[in-house]
Design a protein around this ligand. Structure first.
Ligand SMILES: Cc1cc2nc3c(=O)[nH]c(=O)nc-3n(C[C@H](O)[C@H](O)[C@H](O)COP(=O)(O)O)c2cc1C
Length: 365
């Protein structure tokens, strides 16, 4: 009786981020999701035992973790020491990591990834050119990073890459993951087809919005057919312009993609990244540009990008998003849901330990 009262009292006072949520067949106990975070610590592209520590530190009963972006094939790599999910050795190496997360009662999804032209010949099999929708190189920016000139995929090569995504999804399920998140964001291969600043193709994969999205749609269809819509989510970032990849009409692009997801009954989640922060009266402000997509999408909607406790609570309470993915705050605060519960102070994230960019610079100059 006392326990029931205590539970009821907790429910009555729970902040919106810490209320339960049913995502498809999965029962979540709260809405604080670990965003996918590239770690560059999988030596030889094989996940290492220490990843079990990292992920299980962030696992809570009924929480959702999304694992770091993981290569679907040897041509998918663009950063040092990223994990893969295309060999039996990699599948076996993921298993104890997934088990460690499951023992804590959390759900674990794998983000499946192909970087396309965001790569260097040094990372490619036989030193070949990275593949893309285009042969246009990424314009060097202030960071001084000069990416290799890509090779445009021939039309008849595209089904093979679609199949690599399908196989990666199958392998992820074999490794024990609860589902997969297709990486369709941040200027990587899927976006190099979707966005009109990059895609300059003349075949059925270029030109109209429908044609530019065809590759992503084929990947979605293949992954859904392989593992079931109830285990598939996607990450999209129509407004983001990383690595020279942007679209002249991001709202039309995002809406079209959401319609494609809605074709699959039970498609699990759509995870979208906010447009860049606006600075309003000297404060960073999330612009909440994702509302049209949230309204259109029939499944679970996850928002990410710049959220803190206050902003997360607000948008969950408003119904703007079902779940919020936290990147840097979760990295620096493995017990983030608990800290939110207690409204405890947060550790600051430490850029100096961020391996992806530091390592790439060190290795590639
Ligand atoms: C070190 C680091 C690695 C990241 N790796 C990935 C990744 O593998 N896949 C991905 O979709 N986004 C990646 N991101 C983006 C994050 O998932 C997240 O969207 C971003 O950090 C913004 O959210 P935040 O403000 O909560 O940190 C990465 C970000 C950081 C800082």
């Amino acid at each position: 009786m006392v326990q029931v009262q205590a539970a009821a009292a907790k429910e009555a006072t729970a902040i919106p981020l810490l209320t339960p949520y049913k995502m498809g067949q999965f029962d979540l106990s709260h809405r604080v999701v670990l965003a996918p975070l590239t770690r560059c610590r999988s030596y030889g592209n094989v996940p290492q035992p220490h990843a079990a520590v990292y992920y299980s530190q962030r696992a809570t009963r009924g929480g959702l973790l999304i694992a770091e972006a993981t290569d679907i094939s040897p041509t998918a790599q663009g950063y040092p020491e990223t994990p893969g999910i295309y060999t039996q050795q990699q599948i076996e190496a993921w298993k104890p990591i997934v088990d460690a997360v499951h023992r804590k009662g959390a759900l674990f999804f794998l983000q499946i990834w192909h970087v396309g032209r965001v790569s260097f010949t040094d990372f490619q099999p036989n030193g070949q050119a990275p593949i893309s929708s285009t042969d246009k190189q990424i314009t060097p920016d202030d960071s001084g990073m000069v990416y290799s000139k890509p090779r445009r995929l021939r039309t008849d090569e595209i089904p093979q890459i679609v199949d690599d995504f399908r196989r990666a999804a199958r392998n992820a399920i074999e490794a024990g993951f609860d589902g997969v998140e297709i990486h369709g964001a941040h200027g990587y291969l899927l976006e190099q087809f979707m966005k009109d600043s990059v895609n300059d193709r003349k075949d059925q994969y270029g030109g109209s919005l429908e044609n530019r999205c065809r590759f992503a749609v084929e990947v979605i269809d293949a992954v859904v057919a392989e593992v079931g819509a109830h285990r598939v989510g996607i990450r999209l970032s129509p407004f983001v312009d990383f690595v020279d990849c942007f679209d002249s009409d991001p709202v039309a692009l995002g809406s079209y993609m959401v319609q494609q997801l809605n074709r699959h009954p039970g498609f699990l989640y759509c995870h979208m990244v906010e447009p860049r922060m606006a600075i309003v009266e000297g404060r960073r402000k999330i612009t909440h540009g994702l509302l049209p997509f949230r309204k259109q999408f029939k499944g679970t909607f996850i928002a990410a990008g710049g959220y803190d406790r206050k902003e997360g609570n607000k948008v969950v309470a408003d119904g703007y998003a079902d779940l919020i993915a936290y990147g840097r705050l979760f990295l620096a605060n493995p017990d983030l849901p608990r800290r939110f519960e207690l409204n405890a102070p947060l550790n600051k994230y430490d850029r100096s330990t961020c391996r992806p960019h530091r390592l790439r610079k060190a290795l590639l100059g």
